[in-house]
Structures are given as C-alpha cells and as structure tokens.
Design a protein around this ligand. Sequence first.
Ligand code: HEM
Length: 155
Amino acid sequence: MPSPGPSGLAAGRAAEAPDDAELLHESLGALSGHEAEIVERLFDLFFERHPEVRELFGEHSINEREEMVRETLVSVLAHAEDEPWLDGNLIAMGRSHAEYGVEGRSYPDFVVSMLDTLDEVSAPGWSPEVRAAWERALGRITDVMRRAGDEHGGA
Ligand code: HEM
C-alpha cells in the first residue's frame, strides 16, 4: 500500500487517510510567504466576479484587505486546532461585516474566490483533497459569520 504522503505524521499510519486538521496544518505551513500574492489575486478575482462588492471596500484599503486574508488564515488554523475562542471572534466579525453592508450571499462567493486563488498559488502539497478540506473549513467559518450578520442586521 503506498504511503499517503511525505508528512512525518502520516508516515506512521500509512493506511489511514490524513484528517482535515492535518491537511489544514500542512497546507497553512506551505502557504506562509505567499500572503502578498494571495491578497492581490484574491481581490482581483473577487471583484472581477462580483463587481457589486467593490464599493464596500475603501479605494486604497490595502491594509484592511491584508488583514482580511490574515484573519481568514488565522481562522482556518484556529478551526484546525479547535480553538474555543474562534466562534466568538467570528461572531464579532460577522456583526462588523453586516455594518459594512456585507450581504450573506457574498460569503460563499468569497470562499470560491479564495479556493480558486489557492489553486493558482499552488503551494507544495496543494491538491483536490486539501482544497476539499479548506472548503469545509471556510464553509464552517463563513457560516458562523453569516449567521451572526443576519441576526445583527435583523435586530
Ligand atoms: C472568512 C471570511 C472573512 C474574514 C475572516 C474577514 C475578515 C476581515 C477583517 C479582519 C477585516 C479588517 C477590518 C475588521 O476587522 O473588520 C475585514 C474588512 C472588510 N471585509 Fe472581510 N472578512 C471575510 C469575508 C468578507 C466578505 C465575504 C466580504 C464581502 C464583501 C467582506 C468585506 C469586507 C469589507 C467591506 C471590509 C472593510 C474594508 C475597508 O475598510 O475598506 N469580508 N474583513
């Protein structure tokens, strides 16, 4: 039976598929150093596909865009580590995003643009299996933000 990958962790249990937390950890490590490229490509793609969201962002809001990507990666890491503070953080961000005028439907759009960006960056070890783990993580993260935004907006 072939080993599932080069990772030291996986090597010890070759017959088992790596779990999402392991895939997320490895891919986050491989993405470090690519943040600037991710910010540039992600917002190009997101604005090109969904021009209506562009006006929600300041024209020169490069710091906010960098922070948004950083916080997305931090949230994926916290999700992989099952950090207890993650949900509270996501709820606060979901509320502030509702105040920026972000609509719930933009979250799945953002997730697809992020996944396609990561496909393009193609860091070592990136694969359809890793993409699927990211899709699950980002889906869960953005669901919490989206629900908090809906409740906040409806209050
Ligand atoms: C995983 C999902 C997301 C995360 C973690 C996230 C995180 C962040 C963070 C950390 C900031 C910096 C300011 C702040 O703390 O509020 C920010 C700003 C912002 N985000 Fe997000 N965001 C996400 C998704 C989205 C989506 C889907 C939209 C839809 C358009 C959006 C629109 C904005 C806007 C308009 C700003 C303010 C930009 C400005 O001031 O120019 N975000 N985001």
